[in-house]
Ligand binder design. Structure first.
Ligand SMILES: [Fe+2]
Ligand SMILES: [Fe+2]
Length: 180
C-alpha cells in the first residue's frame, strides 16, 4: 500500500501534469491563431504527452491501493505577444515541473518508499529532455525567429513532431480511409 505522504504529493502532481496539458493546449491555440501551425502542432503533441504523465501517477497510486482525488485546475496565462515569449514560458514551466518532481523524490526517499523510486526516476530523466527541448526551441526562436522567414522556417521544422502511436489527439487518427 502506498504511504499517505507519497500519495498526497503524487496526487498533487496529477494536477500539475494536467495543468501542463492545459498550458500547452492554450499555447497551441495561440500559435494556430497566428498561423504558426507547425508550432501549434508541436504544442498539441506536447499537451498529449502531459496527459500520459498524469496517468502514470494516476496508475501508480491506484495500483498501490491508494485513492486518487482529482483537484481543480488553474490557468495562469492564456495570451502571449510573441512566439519567443511562449517558448520562454514553456521552458520556465518545465523547470517548475522539474522542481516538483525533485520534491516528490525528496519525500519518497525520506519515507523509504523503494517501490516509488523506479517510476520517479523515469520522470527525473524525462524532465532533462523536457527542459532541453523547450530551451533549444526558445534559443532558436531568439536567433532564427528574429525574421519572419526564419520564424516560418522554424515553424515548418516543428510540424514534423510525431504523436505517440494511437493518440486520440492526432487529427490523422480521425481521417476516414480513402474510398469510405
Ligand atoms: Fe509532464
Ligand atoms: Fe512536460
Amino acid at each position: 500500500m502506498i504511504n499517505e505522504k507519497v500519495r498526497n504529493i503524487m496526487n498533487e502532481q496529477i494536477k500539475h501534469e494536467l495543468e501542463s496539458y492545459y498550458v500547452y493546449l492554450s499555447m497551441a491555440a495561440w500559435f494556430h491563431s497566428q498561423d504558426l501551425d507547425g508550432m501549434g502542432h508541436w504544442m498539441r503533441v506536447q499537451a498529449h504527452e502531459e496527459t500520459i504523465h498524469a496517468m502514470k501517477f494516476f496508475d501508480h497510486i491506484t495500483d498501490r491501493d491508494g485513492t486518487v482525488g482529482l483537484l481543480d485546475l488553474k490557468q495562469e496565462k492564456t495570451a502571449w505577444t510573441s512566439a519567443e515569449e511562449i517558448w520562454k514560458d514553456a521552458y520556465a514551466h518545465e523547470q517548475f515541473i522539474t522542481s516538483k518532481i525533485h520534491a516528490i523524490m525528496t519525500v519518497v526517499r525520506k519515507e523509504g518508499d523503494f517501490s516509488a523510486e523506479p517510476m520517479l526516476n523515469w520522470f527525473v530523466n524525462e524532465q532533462i529532455e523536457e527542459e532541453l527541448n523547450t530551451q533549444k526551441i526558445w534559443k532558436q526562436c531568439q536567433t532564427m525567429g528574429k525574421t519572419k522567414e526564419g520564424l516560418f522556417m522554424l515553424d515548418r521544422e516543428l510540424a514534423a513532431r510525431i504523436f505517440p502511436a494511437g493518440s486520440p489527439f492526432d487529427p490523422l487518427a480521425y481521417q476516414q480511409p480513402a474510398g469510405v
